[in-house]
Design a binder for this molecule. Structure first.
Ligand code: ADP
Length: 344
């Protein structure tokens, strides 16, 4: 488990002190993936450099399995840094070395004996699905394969935390999927804690367990992916699964945003609203995706023939959290109700 406590980082510049990280708290349990997202200039790279101990934090702690690595220096830092493996956007492989030699580098630097090193490299290449490419050179590989070699190298010293700093940026969709599937299996099979620093919301949605939104050097939002997506007030949630700004379609009474709160929602819930509750349902937009913990989704529907409160209660019983689209729409429902009353 990795605990980051009140991490601060500032730089002294000619213009004075620049506070870049202003008290970051983050816990990443073993076997889970936490994504750190945020706009350009939010402090993501600085946080990444502090976590990988390339830069010393100005204050605060980085605890790996309870041990504070932020206070170490020299030999001790070198030894403890092994607990953290890092992969970057550019896999940074040495072009004149084969794939196997690249993966072996951290082991060689540590003075691991030859046959042990060979066995470990073979095991690592097997793990990342590149056993047949051991004697190839980085230039002969696709971007996704190079990135997987980078992951094998990062795993060489058996880290507890894998830090992925924009590792899928610039990869084509197929390579991105390969890298994400690999990270997914590392989380499960090796019980690694993984921190994913990225600006790609698709990546976050597919793989993260928790999401921290960094803004101006602070964590603006932090929570379970499913919880953020289900929370209509969450800015991060709406970036993860954006919805169209829409109005109630003609012939329908109101619209609901419906988020998958339970992991095992019946996929036929829309038709069940009709068959079991006599509602008319219009599908207006949304996204439903497979996630390793079950389906993740947020869908926008228009409804008629059912009261809003009843629809919300029925959906809650099926593991779905429904929220009226906005106050404006709520008041338009109220308006209509008033008009109906007047007409009666
Ligand atoms: P991000 O990766 O989210 O785009 P960065 O961590 O690169 O953000 O930068 C956050 C802020 O910190 C920026 O305003 C940047 O100018 C400032 N910054 C980063 N490194 C330094 C440095 N070495 N000296 C001064 N300011 C820096």
């Amino acid at each position: 488990m990795i605990e980051i406590r009140q991490l601060h980082k500032h730089y002294e510049t000619a213009q004075g002190r620049v506070e870049v990280l202003k008290g970051i708290d983050l816990d990443v349990q073993s076997g889970t993936i936490t994504a750190v997202v945020g706009p350009s200039g939010a402090g993501k790279s600085t946080l990444s450099h502090c976590i990988s101990l390339l830069e010393k934090p100005s204050s605060g702690q980085i605890l790996v399995e309870g041990k504070d690595l932020s206070v170490l220096s020299g030999k001790e830092l070198c030894a403890e840094r092994r607990a953290i493996g890092t992969i970057f956007q550019n896999s940074a492989l040495l072009r004149r070395m084969t794939v196997a030699e690249n993966v072996a580098l951290p082991l060689r630097n540590l003075g691991v004996v030859h046959h042990e090193m060979e066995n470990r490299v073979a095991e690592l290449l097997n793990r990342v699905g590149l056993a047949d490419w051991a004697n190839s050179y980085p230039g002969e590989l696709s971007g996704g394969q190079r990135q997987r070699v980078g992951i094998a190298r990062a795993l060489a010293l058996r880290p507890r935390l894998l830090l992925s700093d924009e590792a899928t940026s610039g990869l084509d969709p197929e390579s991105t999927t390969q890298v994400l599937e690999l990270l997914d299996s590392l989380r499960t099979d090796l019980g690694l804690a993984i921190i994913l620093i990225t600006h790609e919301m698709d990546v976050v949605r597919h793989i993260a367990d928790r999401v921290a939104q960094l803004d101006g050097g602070r964590i603006a939002e932090y929570g379970e992916l499913r919880g953020l997506v289900a929370d209509p007030g969450s800015v991060t949630g709406s970036k993860l699964l954006p919805l169209r700004p829409d109005l109630v379609p003609a012939g329908y009474d109101f619209t609901l945003t419906v988020a998958y709160q339970a992991a095992n929602v019946d996929p036929a819930w829309i038709s069940r609203l009709g068959t079991e509750h006599g509602a008319r349902v219009a599908l207006l937009g949304g996204s439903v995706e497979a996630h390793h913990e079950g389906t993740l989704g947020r869908v926008e529907i228009g409804l008629a023939g059912i009261a809003a409160e009843q629809a919300i209660a029925v959906l809650a019983g099926w593991g779905l959290r429904a929220t009226p689209r906005s106050q404006q729409l709520l008041s338009s429902v109220a308006d209509r109700a008033e008009r109906i009353e007047v007409a009666v």
